[in-house]
Design a protein around this ligand. Structure first.
Ligand code: HEM
Length: 314
């Protein structure tokens, strides 16, 4: 038989030996965006979860060569398990129970069915896109929670401290945030979303050197304190102890009522949930001093599937 006749057989076997690669949702790593909207939805009729999944996956972002809107679409982990059981990581759970911490401190559980997080360079496009997303999903789901956010003094949160210093670099962030190839949910991520209200007047009454001991870092340059107190925020969330996460926090709110939208991604939900327990004083009895000046108003976990997992739902 001529040699070339064997080629087709060789070619058809190629897809079997090349492992399928999954791609993360690009919005997870889209840094430098100054306008954000976080839209949390509840399905109108739980039986229609397939129609809802198809509607939300069909959302199209406007794209030109110089601009656009980034999307991150996430699902309540238990809902995602119903939608795509083969693509769901084991053991991931919604924020289903409030965390009862030390001294009566609580973190509320306000889980919803899905999250659409939009980010872009200017609020007008985010506003228009958010309206269009809410409109497109109106037959399937109601908007349960909506927050928009904006940057404060370049990279500071509303405590005045630089936020994100100990974040992994964009080269390391995918390993930290994404499930690895070869497991169900590959290139997906677990997202913790919490809205924290700041008690700004009380915080500003604290002298700066004390604020630095509460945070565990210097205020001006974000240098980690050599002898940071055990109840400082960075001691209670120490990534050497709990594992690495990738944060995308942003300030939200009005002059009279504002705070931080905490957005944390991890390949492993336990890193996030253990940090919350630690902040609440449930790991070693020491509560995070920052929680005396900030109060979580919401709390939910979402599974953010890969682009390929979303694409098949349309
Ligand atoms: C009001 C809410 C919060 C504010 C204002 C806040 C602010 C900050 C600031 C200023 C830093 C120091 C600089 C940096 O490395 O980013 C920091 C560190 C950190 N925060 Fe938060 N944070 C908040 C909530 C949370 C929550 C809820 C978590 C975890 C679930 C968390 C996890 C971390 C981690 C992992 C670090 C780095 C710790 C290390 O040095 O290894 N933060 N945060």
């Amino acid at each position: 038989m001529p040699r070339w006749l064997k080629l087709p057989r060789l070619c058809t076997s190629v897809p079997d030996i090349i492992p399928r690669m999954y791609t993360p949702q690009a919005g997870i790593f889209a840094l430098g965006t100054s306008s954000h909207a976080y839209l949390e939805f509840d399905i109108l009729d739980a039986k229609n979860f397939k129609e809802f999944a198809s509607a939300i996956s069909a959302i199209r972002e406007p794209r030109t060569t110089t601009g656009g809107v980034n999307f991150v679409i996430g699902f309540r982990p238990e809902l995602w398990r119903e939608i795509a059981p083969d693509e769901a990581p084991a053991g991931v759970e919604g924020f289903n129970k409030e965390i009862q911490g030390a001294d009566g401190f609580t973190m509320p559980a306000t889980q919803h069915d899905a999250l659409v997080w939009l980010s872009g360079s200017a609020y007008d496009v985010i506003f228009d896109m958010a309206r269009s997303v809410i409109h497109d999903l109106a037959g399937q789901a109601t908007l349960a929670e909506e927050t928009s956010s904006w940057p404060y003094r370049h990279d500071r949160d509303l405590t005045g401290f630089i936020d994100g210093s100990e974040n992994p670099t964009l080269l390391d962030a995918p390993t930290v945030a994404l499930l690895p190839e070869g497991v169900p949910g590959a290139a997906g991520s677990i997202l913790l979303l919490q809205k924290w209200k700041h008690k700004t007047a009380e915080w500003e009454a604290v002298p700066i050197d004390q604020q630095e001991r509460i945070m565990g870092r210097s205020k001006r340059d974000s240098i980690e304190l050599e002898n940071k107190p055990a109840d400082s925020h960075v001691a209670r969330t120490d990534q050497d102890e709990f594992g690495n996460i990738f944060r995308r926090n942003m300030p939200y709110g009005s002059v009279g009522d504002h705070g931080t939208v905490f957005v944390g991604f991890s390949a492993d939900q336990k890193r996030l949930s253990r940090m919350l327990d630690s902040m609440a004083g449930l790991v070693n009895g020491t509560r995070d001093a920052l929680t005396r000046f900030t109060q979580p108003l919401t709390g939910s976990y979402y599974f953010v599937p890969s682009v390929e997992s979303l694409r098949v739902l349309r």
